[in-house]
Structure formats: structure tokens, C-alpha cells
Design a protein around this ligand. Structure first.
Ligand SMILES: Nc1nc2c(c(=O)[nH]1)N[C@H]1C(S)=C(S)[C@@H](COP(=O)(O)OP(=O)(O)OC[C@H]3O[C@@H](n4cnc5c(=O)[nH]c(N)nc54)[C@H](O)[C@@H]3O)O[C@H]1N2
Ligand SMILES: Nc1nc2c(c(=O)[nH]1)N[C@H]1C(S)=C(S)[C@@H](COP(=O)(O)OP(=O)(O)OC[C@H]3O[C@@H](n4cnc5c(=O)[nH]c(N)nc54)[C@H](O)[C@@H]3O)O[C@H]1N2
Ligand code: SF4
Ligand SMILES: [Mo]
Length: 724
């Protein structure tokens, strides 16, 4: 049934003064195909329709996708640069005046030169984001290293894909989010989903999930909450937040005990099995149940289903990755595929369900503190040399590796970093431990430039705000959650004086006296063609993925080495993992508890995440009337028995607090959560931010903060509290 739809092209009969521009959604990494409807009299975007001819979503879209077009001509768009006139208003929306681009650029260049002359090149930093196209992400890395010549660059993926990346790298030697294309998902026999609320976060993959069950296959879900996904699961592993490592170790122990391991595969294609067995053998169902709170029978059943399934895909998402041991969790779940040999063939494998639209591509081309284009390493002299050739600089001019996103705030506090270029991220909402982060942005950082299309909470701390285009006013590429490079097309001219980020950086580089390295980049395609060259020979090799091929083939999966190479939908079909001996690594990972365990003072486990109607910091979706109406404010999910214990009722406002901060939320009583756990969606700013409460405990490898687990307490309010 699905196959028929795949091949059917639609016949676009439209109104005479309308045209359709084929592109993709700007939000999550599903990157659903959509047609933007454009009025040819006004040349403005007026609507959207799904694309049935796009193999990933097959015409399906979620509430964010169908309203995304309402951003382009929204009244709140920033139309001209803003300069802060009144320093006393820093930290608020007030105190800005409109300025010309020339005036804004002059001020920025003067400040950067001043800072760098007084305090060195590294006193200026860059903080990027992966809602940007590959072109913008690539240029952002080059802008930092070549135009600013600073070592300090990192990006919002540090809070998103960092643990997936380091876990995949460690286990398989390479980080390509999914080892199979998404068109395999519904054809497998068992889907094991850990820490994913795909039903709200990747809704257009759900038809494939249901199809697995409709075909007689199985669904296993590990989540402290009974999401719509977990509700339909054959086994719902309702674990305590932060205890995945014990659960995954138990799966390996049971797979081994039940004889469901593939000894030949382990011998030929992996290292580390024996050491791992040593570690996992203590994880009996009973012992694991004590740690995780999951009934032993469920653990046994889950291991049996996965073990017996001819084909299976293990998928994981931020629920397991945003932990102080996120990297270990990822490797521990990948172990399931490696001990059973269910990887490196169609319908079987592992996948991190990538988050942001360009969460995959944006982490491959040099926005990360230690990465260079093509997933090269800035610490590897050969890699540096290869990139320097393309950039036209000498290897000794390449800056050193930087630090991770959260650590950059610490360097702002101690004045190592004094000025910041922030683009495509809103850390005043999305960073952990916000009381600290906001203090640093307000009091310690001396100069900040923000590129955004809407005035975000982070813009409130800016000295200059530069208006950027939305995804619909520029072209370029993104790489979706499959590793498929796709084309984003322009449907309308930029509103007001807004400009795409890449153009802003080319213009700034010129004024900073580094124009020689940027002047030749006149279009997004010029930038892409340079990216192709810079990635050539790297793991994430885009060289053969020309824009023409992307259009012709409905996307190109990397690696794609040359013109003749169609790309790589399936990874490891040759069972060669990216280690010198070609073997994957089964990782022995002793259990450790979350950084902060509940105690008498803070007896609850607090976790947080998303709702279907909003996207990340909410700066884009809180402005869209339908989305705002459907979910106007955050809430705290509490189990009925827990609510009774605290004497609180549905819709009552309570104080939720941790060692780091407090916030007031309406209570949402639901049986779909553990009794010892509370959940809050994180899409709101100012006093509604759950990140006022989160803990900045960082994973030692990925430097990912432990968003998903900390100890909290609820306090009933003596009088009714107004939360607005
Ligand atoms: N609607 C919507 N969709 C989105 C986004 C959005 O903001 N809104 N953002 C996109 C992005 S960037 C991302 S990264 C993805 C995120 O996608 P997901 O990771 O699916 O989203 P979350 O809600 O953060 O967390 C997923 C689940 O993890 C569970 N969880 C919490 N703690 C634990 C734990 O300790 N162990 C386990 N196993 N599970 C736990 C939560 O209960 C939750 O149901 O979504 C993408 N899609
Ligand atoms: N407590 C808690 N905190 C979390 C998470 C969690 O689960 N719990 N999840 C984390 C995760 S997974 C993520 S991905 C982060 C995301 O955190 P952020 O990076 O803060 O998220 P966004 O809201 O996408 O911020 C992007 C900003 O850039 C703007 N923008 C969009 N497109 C463009 C563009 O092309 N150019 C420019 N210049 N600007 C653009 C948007 O208007 C918005 O203001 O949050 C993290 N924080
Ligand atoms: S599932 Fe993701 S890509 Fe698809 S329409 Fe929704 S937000 Fe957009
Ligand atoms: Mo994310």
C-alpha cells in the first residue's frame, strides 16, 4: 500500500494566480516534503500543501508543519537591524532603535576589532544553531575560524544531538544518525524506541510505527510516561528517569542468557563482547527492576521479543541522550543490535531520531567546537591540512578546538569570552540552569550580536539584532534524520531588509578585512559547492551530492563520493565499521545513577520535553495563533496519587522547585506518568522556563547537560497564584 503511494506523482491543478514551490518543513528532522503556495500577483506565500511524492512523509504533516508558512509574513518579523541605545534596559525587549545595515555593521566591526586588539582573537565567540541550512552551518564554522580567527565556536546541537553523535562514533566509528532509510521503518519486525515521544515530536513517522504492528510486528517503548506511542506498545518499559543504562544492560544480559546472540557476527564484526558480558551479568530482571522501577516480567518480555524478531530497529531520542551519561546510554542501546547482529542490513539497524531540521548536517560541517567540514577533526593535523587547502589559510592559522555550548557561558563569566555572535538559537530559554545563564548574558558578556527573524528572549540581552530570512526566503540544503541531503527552495523574496545568515557573514568578513576568503561566495550554491569540496574525503562526504543530483534523486544519502556515486541509503552493508580493523565496538558500561538523585528535601524526579504544538524555545511557534490557542502555557504533569499526597488538584497552580530555581505551573493530573516523576514541557521563556530548574551536569564525553533528570519538589500555594 505504502509502496504505491511512493511512486504516484500528484497532478498539481491549482488556481491561475497561484504557484507551488516544492520544499521541506522548517522544523523537525523529518523534514517533511511540502509545497508552499505562492500568490503570483503579490509574490507572497499564502499557504501550504503536503507533498505526496516525498518518500519520507508521503503527504503527511503535523500541526506545526501545516502552519509553518504563517511565519514568513508575520507581523512580528524583524525588518531592519536594531541597535541597543539604552544599556540600562539590557535583559528586556526595550531600549532598541532601528538602524541601517551599514550602521549596524560598523558598530559590530568596531567592537570586534576593539575586543580582539585588547584581549586577543579568542575573546570573540560564535554560538550557532541547526535550523540553518548546511550552507549557513558550514559558513558559520568558516566565519569563526577564518574571519574572526577565534577558537570559540559551538552550537545548539550540543544540547540536542551531542550524545547521539559521540555514542554512534564510539560504537560504530561514524555518526550517521540512521543506518537504514526511513522507508524501512514500517517493514521491520520489531521497533525498540527508547526515550522518544515520536507521537508528538516526529508525528509523521507514526504511520510507519503502526504499520509494524498491523503487519504482526512488535513495538517496545522505554519512557517514564505513557505517551501515545507507549500506550500502543506491546511492552511499555516505564522506567525512572535517568536509569536507562541499567535497562539496556539488562537487555544484553537476557539476550545472552536466552541464546539470542549471534556468536558468529560478534566474532567477525565486533570487539568488546566478553568485557561487556562481565558488566551486564549482574543486571538480572530483579536487580534491574530495583533500579529502574520496571516490572521484571516486562524486561523479560521485551528482551524476548527483540531477541526473536528476524529484523529489528533500535531507535533512541533525547529521553536517553540528554543525560549526564547520554553517550553511555546510546552505546548501551546500540549494544543490543551488535550482540544480535541486527545491523548492517535492510530492515535492521540503529537510529537516533534526530531533532532539529538540520540536526544531522549541521553537526558535520564545522559548527562544533572540535569539528571541521566533512566531519573532520580539528585535532587531526591531516584533517586541518585538507580543510586549510580549501579555505586558503595555513595550517598554523587554524584556531585550536573550543569548548562546548554550556562551557562557553562559564568562559563569559570569567571574561575569557567578551563578545558573542549568536545565531539561530535562543539559549535564554533552552540552556540549562537559566538563572546563571541569564546573569552571564546580562552582566558579564560585554557585547552580543543576535541574528533572528523574531525578537527572541535571547535578543533581550543583545546589543545588536540582525534580521534574518526564514527558511522560505532562501535556498540551500539540509540533511534529514536519515542522512539524506535535500533541497530547500525559495518561495518568496526576503521581507523588509532581512538577509540570509550566510550573506550577513560574507558581508561582515569583508568589513573585518577578511574578504579575500569570502568574497567569491555570491550565492548559497557557491557556498554549497565549497562545502562539497571541503567535505571531500571526509566521513560526511558530500562531494558527489550536487544540487542537481539531490533534485533528481529525491535527496542523496551521504557518503556520496563522486558524480557517479548515487549515495549511501544503507550503512554497513559490507559489515565494515569505521574502525581500523573494521569491527564495531560492543561497550562495557557499568551503571551509574543520575547526577542528582531524589532525597527527603527533593523527593520527586523531574523530567521535561515537548508537546506537539510547539517547537523548541517556542520563539517561532508561540506566535502562530492556532498553535498558541491549542497550547497557550506550560503545565506540570502529576500522577493522581502523587497529587493526592500533596493535596493539589487539576489546574491548580503550584510551585515547582529544585536546588537551582523555581517556577509556577498549573497542575495537569494524569495517570500517564510514574508516581515518582513530574514532567513539564520546555517551550516557554522568562518565569515560565523549566530550565530555571534543570541541572548543568555535563556528560564527560559529549558535554550534553542532564536535562532529563533532576530532583525536585512541589509546594502547594496557600493562595491562588497568578502565573502570568
Ligand atoms: N512537537 C515538537 N516536535 C519536535 C521538537 C519540538 O520542540 N516540538 N523538537 C525537535 C527536536 S530538536 C528534538 S531533539 C526532538 C526530541 O524528541 P524526543 O526526544 O522524542 O522529545 P522529548 O519530549 O524531549 O523526550 C522524549 C521522551 O523522553 C522521555 N524521557 C524523559 N526522561 C527519560 C529517561 O530518563 N529515559 C527514557 N527512556 N525516556 C525519558 C519523556 O517522557 C519523553 O516522552 O523532537 C523534535 N521534534
Ligand atoms: N529543559 C530542556 N531544555 C532543552 C531541551 C529539553 O528537552 N529540555 N532540548 C534541547 C534541544 S534538543 C534543543 S535542539 C535546544 C534548542 O534550543 P534553541 O536553539 O534555543 O531553539 P530554537 O527555538 O530553535 O532557537 C532557534 C532560534 O533561531 C531562530 N531561527 C530559526 N531559523 C533561523 C535561521 O535560519 N537563522 C537564524 N539566524 N535564526 C533562526 C528562531 O526564531 C529561534 O529564536 O533546546 C535544548 N534545551
Ligand atoms: S513532523 Fe516535523 S517536519 Fe514534519 S510537518 Fe511536523 S514539524 Fe514539520
Ligand atoms: Mo533537539
Amino acid at each position: 500500500m505504502l509502496k504505491d503511494k511512493f511512486f504516484k506523482e500528484i497532478n498539481n491543478k491549482i488556481h491561475p494566480n497561484e504557484t507551488l514551490v516544492a520544499t521541506h518543513c522548517c522544523y523537525c528532522a523529518m523534514q517533511c516534503g511540502m509545497n508552499l503556495r505562492v500568490n503570483t500577483d503579490t509574490n507572497k506565500i499564502i499557504g501550504v500543501e503536503p507533498r505526496y511524492d516525498w518518500p519520507v512523509n508521503l503527504g503527511k504533516m503535523c500541526p506545526k508543519g501545516v502552519t509553518a508558512y504563517q511565519q514568513t509574513n508575520h507581523d512580528d518579523r524583524l525588518l531592519r537591524p536594531l541597535i541597543r541605545d539604552d544599556a540600562s534596559k539590557k535583559g528586556t525587549k526595550e531600549g532598541f532603535r532601528e538602524a541601517s545595515w551599514d550602521e549596524a555593521y560598523d558598530l559590530i566591526v568596531r567592537k570586534v576589532k576593539e575586543m580582539q586588539a585588547n584581549y586577543g582573537k579568542d575573546s570573540v565567540a560564535v554560538y550557532g544553531g541547526v535550523s540553518m541550512t548546511n550552507e549557513k552551518c558550514y559558513l558559520n564554522g568558516k566565519f569563526a575560524r577564518v574571519a574572526l580567527q577565534t577558537r570559540y565556536i559551538d552550537y545548539n546541537g550540543r544540547f540536542c544531538m551531542a550524545s547521539a553523535a559521540s555514542g554512534l562514533n564510539r560504537s560504530l566509528g561514524v555518526d550517521r544518525g540512521s543506518t537504514v532509510p526511513w522507508t524501512d521503518v514500517h517493514q521491520t519486525d520489531c521497533l525498540f524506541l527508547a526515550g522518544s515521544n515520536a507521537s508528538e515530536c516526529h508525528p509523521t513517522m507514526m504511520f510507519r510505527v503502526w504499520e509494524v504492528q498491523d503487519r504482526g510486528g512488535y513495538l517496545i517503548v522505554a519512557d517514564p510516561r505513557e505517551t501515545a506511542l507507549a500506550r500502543r506498545a506491546d511492552v511499555h518499559l516505564d522506567l525512572r528517569p535517568g536509569t536507562d543504562l541499567a535497562l539496556a544492560n539488562c537487555m544484553i544480559n537476557l539476550l545472552n542468557q536466552n541464546g539470542h546472540i549471534d556468536k558468529e557476527f560478534i566474532r567477525n564484526h565486533t570487539n568488546g563482547f566478553e568485557e561487556t558480558l562481565e558488566v551486564v551479568k549482574q543486571f538480572t530482571p530483579e536487580y534491574t527492576s530495583e533500579i529502574t522501577g520496571v516490572a521484571p516480567e516486562k524486561l523479560i518480555r521485551a528482551a524476548e521479543i527483540y531477541g526473536k524478531a528476524p529484523n529489528a530497529i533500535v531507535m533512541f531520542c533525547r529521553g536517553i541522550e540528554q543525560q549526564e551519561k547520554g553517550t553511555d546510554n546510546v552505546s548501551a542501546y546500540i549494544n543490543m543490535a551488535l550482540v544480535t547482529g541486527k545491523i548492517g542490513r535492510p530492515k535492521s539497524g540503529v537510529a537516533t531520531i534526530t531533532g532539529q531540521g538540520n540536526g544531522q548536517g549541521g553537526r558535520e560541517h564545522g559548527q562544533k567546537a572540535d569539528a571541521l567540514p566533512g566531519y573532520r577533526k580539528i585535532t587531526n593535523p591531516k584533517h586541518v591540512e585538507e580543510v586549510c587547502k580549501v579555505w586558503g589559510i595555513k595550517p598554523e592559522e587554524m584556531p585550536l578546538p573550543g569548548v562546548s555550548a554550556y562551557e562557553m557561558f562559564e568562559l563569559m563569566e570569567n571574561k575569557t569570552i567578551r563578545a558573542l555572535f549568536l545565531l539561530c538559537s535562543n539559549p535564554a530559554v533552552s540552556a540549562p540552569n537559566l538563572n546563571y545563564v541569564r546573569k552571564v548574558l546580562k552582566e558579564d558578556l560585554e557585547f552580543m550580536v543576535v541574528n533572528d527573524m523574531f525578537l527572541s528572549e535571547s535578543c533581550e540581552f543583545a546589543d545588536v539584532v540582525l534580521p534574518t530570512t526564514t527558511w522560505s526566503e532562501d535556498e540551500g540544503t539540509t540533511t534529514n534524520l536519515e542522512g539524506r541531503i535535500i533541497k530547500i527552495n525559495r518561495a518568496q523574496e526576503p521581507v523588509g531588509e532581512s538577509k540570509p545568515d550566510w550573506l550577513i557573514q560574507v558581508e561582515l568578513a569583508e568589513r573585518l578585512g577578511r574578504g579575500d576568503y569570502f568574497r567569491h561566495l555570491k550565492t548559497a550554491k557557491d557556498v554549497y559547492d565549497e562545502l562539497r569540496l571541503a567535505s571531500k574525503g571526509g566521513y560526511a562526504d558530500y562531494y558527489g551530492a550536487t544540487w542537481e543530483k539531490i533534485e533528481k534523486q529525491k535527496g542523496v544519502f551521504w557518503p556520496c563520493k563522486d558524480e557517479a556515486d548515487p549515495g549511501t541509503p544503507y550503512m554497513f552493508l559490507d559489515q565494515k565499521y569505521y574502525y581500523l580493523d573494521g569491527k564495531a565496538k560492543i561497550c562495557a558500561l557499568p551503571y551509574r545513577p543520575p547526577a542528582e538523585e531524589p532525597c527527603e528535601q527533593y523527593p520527586l524526579r523531574m523530567t521535561n520535553g515537548r508537546v506537539v504544538y510547539h517547537y523548541l524555545s517556542g520563539n517561532q511557534t508561540r506566535r502562530i495563533p492556532f498553535l498558541r490557542d491549542m497550547c497557550p502555557e506550560p503545565f506540570v504533569e502529576v500522577h493522581p496519587e502523587t497529587a493526592e499526597q500533596y493535596g493539589i488538584s487539576h489546574d491548580e497552580v503550584v510551585r515547582l522547585f529544585t536546588r537551582r530555581g523555581e517556577a509556577f505551573y498549573k497542575v495537569k493530573i494524569t495517570e500517564a506518568i510514574r508516581k515518582d516523576t513530574v514532567f513539564v514541557p520546555y517551550h516557554w521563556g522568562h518565569e515560565q522556563s523549566i530550565n530555571l530548574l534543570t541541572i548543568p551536569a555535563l556528560d564527560p564525553i559529549s558535554r550534553m547537560p542532564e536535562f532529563k533528570a533532576c530532583a525536585a519538589q512541589i509546594e502547594k500555594q496557600p493562595e491562588r497564584v497568578n502565573i502570568r
